[in-house]
Design a binder for this molecule. Sequence first.
Ligand SMILES: [Zn+2]
Length: 64
Amino acid sequence: MSQTNEVKHCLNCNVTENEIPLINLNFTGRKEFICSRCLPILIHSPQKLVGKLDGADKIPSGNH
Ligand SMILES: [Zn+2]
């Protein structure tokens, strides 16, 4: 693993903090980052993040 901790990546699309603002998530004792573009996915369809975010299948989605 040569991933550096210097530049943060979106957990979903891997965009870096240098391209799009990333939002800091604290989840299951881990620190993750998601970009503003992917945040609606986390809010409305967290199931789509299964495999990318551990425990995503347990996140309740915001129903409207
Ligand atoms: Zn993203």
